[in-house]
Write a protein that binds this ligand. Structure first.
Ligand code: GCO
Ligand code: MN
Ligand code: MN
Length: 389
């Protein structure tokens, strides 16, 4: 299937080892796919046309590997990267699988667990940097509670801040070229996770010692689990200069954590997301943090990965059409019309401006009577997406 929707390196499509490597275990059922090694997964990703591969420390190096085993694994992985041309733009730490982290890592009540989590993260940062990562993701999957009897939620934020401050200093101390991206999620695996939305993360970042080194990694599914508009979360992050990374997938509102193929559920919001990223010129990875249905074998996993990228590229083409559609653009021009008569009241406050504004008269009734034609605009969008324009 060679056409304009073939992925190319400049599209910056990346997948985590844990995404195409997902073996289809769920709370009710055993794995349905045999695990593939990191080297095999790199080759699978190269075959489907991905640009890069990301990993948690333990996706690559098992938690109980000896130093010699670690070195062999990293050597073989580097060789696979060289053979395929894949790069590692992002890395992260697994602070959630091991039972030691059952009550969180950086916010655990146990100071030994917090210290171990810091040590594990320093080692994982070293590993990520060794393989070329420029972005380091923090997803606090277990940083939360089932009962608020167990933890002081304000104290937990303080612990989290202290840990991120420690780790930014570590990065500076090592002279690494690495930025952090914080990933919010409202729940799963904890009953409630601290800093549950991208907006909460953005506020938290401003309280850090090195806010300039820290941005966000918003994920479609996570905002949709919370019933929120993902495009708005991404736009706020972008506008704040904080969109360092993005996790693309899909998710029906109000369901369990589904991690579906990008565009599989909410095509229209996927369209506005792609349009936003392309319109503003976002230059980071388009990272798919999703996995194939449990019904699939590895051919199905490839279909899944190809589908994520292909849908992104189709939506990118649709965004171009939308931006060039004369009827849509004429409507937008009408909607955004500005005859300049209010220019004197815009921009920064001044006492004169305020006095002039107070003296102005407005036809409030006429303002309320004006139809805005958003029905037509949305229907044109739907028809364009359905391929009849
Ligand atoms: C999830 C998260 C994770 C993180 C990953 C990288 O819901 O499990 O999205 O997949 O993105 O741990 O930090
Ligand atoms: Mn997720
Ligand atoms: Mn994610």
């Amino acid at each position: 299937m060679t056409d304009q929707y073939e992925p190319r390196p400049e599209h910056k499509f990346t997948f985590g080892l844990w995404t195409v490597g997902n073996i289809g275990r769920d709370p009710f059922g055993e794995p349905v796919r045999q695990p593939l090694s990191p080297v095999e997964l790199v080759h699978l990703l190269a075959e489907v046309g991905a640009y890069g591969v990301n990993f948690h420390d333990n996706d690559l190096v098992p938690i109980d590997a000896t130093p010699a085993e670690r070195d062999r694994i990293v050597r073989e992985f580097k060789q696979a990267l060289e053979e395929t041309g894949l790069v590692v733009p992002m890395a992260t730490t697994n602070l959630f699988t091991d039972p030691a982290f059952k009550d969180g890592a950086l916010t655990s009540n146990d100071p030994r667990v917090r210290a171990y989590a810091l040590q594990k993260t320093m080692n994982a940062i070293d590993l990520g940097v060794e393989l070329g990562a420029k972005v380091y993701v923090f997803w606090g999957g277990r940083e939360g509670t089932e009962t608020d009897a167990s933890k002081d939620p304000a104290g937990a934020i303080k612990r989290y801040r202290e840990a991120i401050n420690f780790l930014t200093e570590y990065v500076i101390d090592q002279g690494y070229d690495l930025r952090f991206a914080l990933e919010a999620k409202p729940n799963e695996p904890r009953g409630d996770i601290f800093l549950p939305t991208t907006g909460a993360m953005l506020a938290f970042i401003e309280t850090l010692d090195h806010p300039e080194m820290v941005g966000v990694n918003p994920e479609v599914a996570h905002e949709h689990m919370a019933g929120l508009n993902f495009v708005h979360a991404v736009a706020q992050a972008w506008e704040a200069g904080k969109l360092f990374h993005i996790d693309l997938n899909d998710q029906a509102f109000g369901r369990y954590d589904q991690d579906f193929r990008f565009g599989a559920v909410n095509l229209k919001s996927a369209f506005f997301l792609v349009k936003f990223l392309e319109d503003v010129g976002y230059e980071g990875s388009r990272h798919f943090d999703a996995h194939a249905y449990r019904t699939e074998d590895y051919e199905g996993v490839k279909d899944f990965a190809r589908g994520c990228m292909r849908t992104y590229l189709i939506l990118k083409e649709k965004a171009r059409q939308w931006n060039e559609d004369p009827e849509i653009q004429a409507l937008l021009e009408e909607i955004r019309a500005d005859d300049g008569s209010m220019a004197a009241y815009q921009g920064a406050y001044s006492a004169d401006k305020a006095a002039a504004l107070r003296a102005e008269t407005f036809d409030r009734v006429a303002l309320g009577q004006r139809g805005l034609a958003y029905e037509r605009l949305d229907q044109l969008t739907v028809e364009l997406l359905l391929g009849v324009r």
